[in-house]
Unconditional design. Structure first.
Length: 245
C-alpha cells in the first residue's frame, strides 16, 4: 500500500468514527421531550412527555413510567389518573408530535405523585410490549409550572422499576403574556369612543328638532300674523289723516 492510499484510508476511518459519534449525539438528543401548554410561569398546565424505547427496553412489556421534576419548582401534587388525557405508543416513532398508534389507557392502573409533588409515577398492567425505537407518549393535566421562566431538566424513565432507560428532557417555561391587559385597554377605548359618538348624535338631533320647531312657529304662528296686522292698521290711519287734512 503506497503513502497516498494510507492517507486516504486514515481519513475514511476518522470520518467513520466522527459520523458514528455524531449519530449517537443526535439519537440521544431526540430520545425524550417534554412540553407545557400553557408555558407561562406558575400556570396550571398540560404537559406532554415522549420517550423512545432503547435497547434495554426493546422486547419488554410496558409496566410503568416516571417523570421526575425535582429541582425544577414544578408541582404535580394534583395530578391523578383522571387527569391523563392520552397515554400510548407510537410504533417506530414515525408519527409527529403526540400522535400514537396504540392507546394503552385501558392498561393504566394508577397515577400518583411523591417527593412532595416533584415526582409523577404511572403504573401499567404490562399488557403491551415495547420494541426498540418505539416512542411512548403521555399527556396529563393539572401540573403547576415552575414559578420562574427558564429551562429545566426533567428526568424521564420507562419501566422505572428496573431503570436503565433514563433520559433527560428540557422543560421550557417562558414569560407571562400581556395579551389580556392589552385587550382590556383596547376594549375600554372603543367603549368610550362609542359613548361619546352617541352623545354627540343625541345633541345634534335635539338641536335640529329645536330649530325645526322654531321655524315652524315663526312661519305659521300668531307672532308673524300680528306684525302684518299692525302694519295694515298704521297704513290705514295714515290714509285717514291725509283725507281729513
Amino acid at each position: 500500500m503506497n503513502q497516498h492510499s494510507s492517507r486516504l484510508l486514515a481519513a475514511l476511518l476518522a470520518l467513520t468514527v466522527f459520523g458514528g459519534a455524531f449519530a449517537g449525539v443526535a439519537a440521544a438528543a431526540s430520545a425524550g421531550s417534554i412540553t407545557a401548554q400553557p408555558a407561562e410561569p406558575g400556570a396550571t398546565s398540560t404537559h406532554t412527555v415522549t420517550e423512545m424505547a432503547g435497547s434495554t427496553i426493546g422486547g419488554s412489556f410496558w409496566t410503568g413510567y416516571q417523570v421526575d421534576y425535582q429541582g425544577t419548582g414544578a408541582d404535580v401534587s394534583n395530578v391523578n389518573q383522571s387527569d391523563v388525557v392520552k397515554i400510548g405508543i407510537d410504533r417506530n416513532d414515525d408519527e409527529a408530535g403526540s400522535t400514537i398508534d396504540v392507546n394503552v389507557e385501558d392498561d393504566l392502573q394508577d397515577v400518583k405523585s411523591s417527593n412532595n409533588g416533584k415526582t409523577l409515577t404511572f403504573s401499567l398492567g404490562g399488557s403491551y410490549a415495547l420494541n426498540q425505537s418505539d416512542e411512548v407518549v403521555v399527556v396529563y393535566e393539572d401540573v403547576q409550572n415552575p414559578s420562574e421562566a427558564g429551562e429545566y431538566n426533567v428526568t424521564l424513565d420507562i419501566n422505572h422499576q428496573s431503570s436503565g432507560s433514563q433520559v433527560t428532557a428540557t422543560l421550557a417555561i417562558g414569560q407571562a403574556s400581556d395579551t389580556t391587559t392589552t385587550t382590556t385597554t383596547t376594549s375600554e377605548d372603543t367603549t368610550t369612543t362609542t359613548t361619546e359618538s352617541e352623545e354627540t348624535t343625541t345633541e345634534s338631533e335635539q338641536t335640529t328638532t329645536t330649530a325645526a320647531e322654531e321655524t315652524t312657529t315663526t312661519e305659521g304662528g300668531s307672532p308673524g300674523f300680528g306684525v302684518a296686522v299692525a302694519l295694515v292698521a298704521l297704513v290705514g290711519a295714515a290714509l285717514v289723516a291725509v283725507r281729513k287734512a
